[in-house]
Ligand binder design. Sequence first.
Ligand code: SF4
Length: 450
Amino acid sequence: MAQKPKIRELLDESACAHNKNKKSACNAPTPGATTGGCAFEGAQISLFPYADAAHLVHGPMTCVGASWETRLTHTSRPGRDLTQMGFTTGISTNDVVFGGEEKLRQAIDYIVEHYAPEAVFVYSTCVTAMIGDDIDAVCRQAEQTHGIPMVPVHAPGFVGSKNLGSRLAGEAVLTHLIGTREPKNTTPFDINLIGEYNVTGDMWQYTPLLEELGIRVLSTLSGDGRVANIRTAHRANLNVLVCAKSLISLPRKMQERYDIPFISVSFYGKRDTNASILAIATALGNADLIERAKKLIAREEDKLDKKLAPYRKVFQGKKAVLNTGGNKSWSIASALQDLGFEVVATSVKKATEADKEKARATLGEKGILMTNPGQEQAKIIDEIGAHLLLAGGRSLFTAIKKRIAFADVNQEKKKSYGGYGGLLNLAEDLKNALQNPVFNNVARRAPWEK
Ligand code: SF4
């Protein structure tokens, strides 16, 4: 019988280096933590790219809107994109009194009958967790009735942060999907991509290069993901954790359970993309593959440098402030440095301890790690004389007020900034932002107001 994940164990992840020398574990809930996205949101964001599955939110209908379709996660099978639908049981006060299990059962039946998903992810939320609905039992029963995986996801918002929610989503996949099916065939170079969500097609910037080297992506969690593939993930030769320390428990447990080694990589920027391709080839341990990877990297680097040369002239001497979350605190900073920017500050408010260490290493001793970017960024822009602010949409006002260029690099972004091709997209967008007169003019007073 499947067991609920133990939150305390998940908070104390042995694969996180800093846990060994800190009293408090990573991702521990702090008062007000859910104002930055609750655990349910984190879980749904992590699993949502499985577009051939239905994502059923067992809670009041306001929960489904918290993270539904907030990211532009692409799927290569648009005809089968069930994420266009927001499924919820829409729990009401009546259900709080009498329980919502029957409603959940009916919702699953309805979804299977009308949408024929490959699996149904059932998310508990604050209300349904507190009233004690047994979603495990409902899922078990529904799985027998319908013959497809029903995956209970125990990440109600109150247990903690978005990061913890991602980790709980990983637990759900490990418990209910991984290892439940055998792949048609295997190759010596099969990998799983963990924590790659294919936002704006980031993954497609580098997977063709991996394929060119003969490396096969057996499954993903969860960018452009298929339920049938993640069920076979236990047969991969390597787990590649892409920019997502919050999911580290999953590859660590897969190493223990299935003897699959794992590496952690980032595909933002030229240097990191180079290093990641080489790291994957090296971890797969084939001398010929490593040689071919080196040649491919040299070829791509050469092509990219030629295309970036005119942009670098525009970016010379320009200072940037970066206010984004988690791993992007250092990975986007590294990409900006590749383009010739000086990154003077980055936000580490939502970063793990490992991300903070990497951010420090990327920015150097003089770089500022902002723990309260909402208050700090405007002051830093003034003091350092920054030319560019890269952040989420809410910070646009700061850029306008300070009359400097702005670019949106959060998950709401519209273009891919991953891999070599993405760095070119980023260069083009930043050049346009820096040369756009609107930022300098829009906050100016009208002549008659002077
Ligand atoms: S799960 Fe809880 S914290 Fe998250 S959106 Fe629903 S009610 Fe809010």
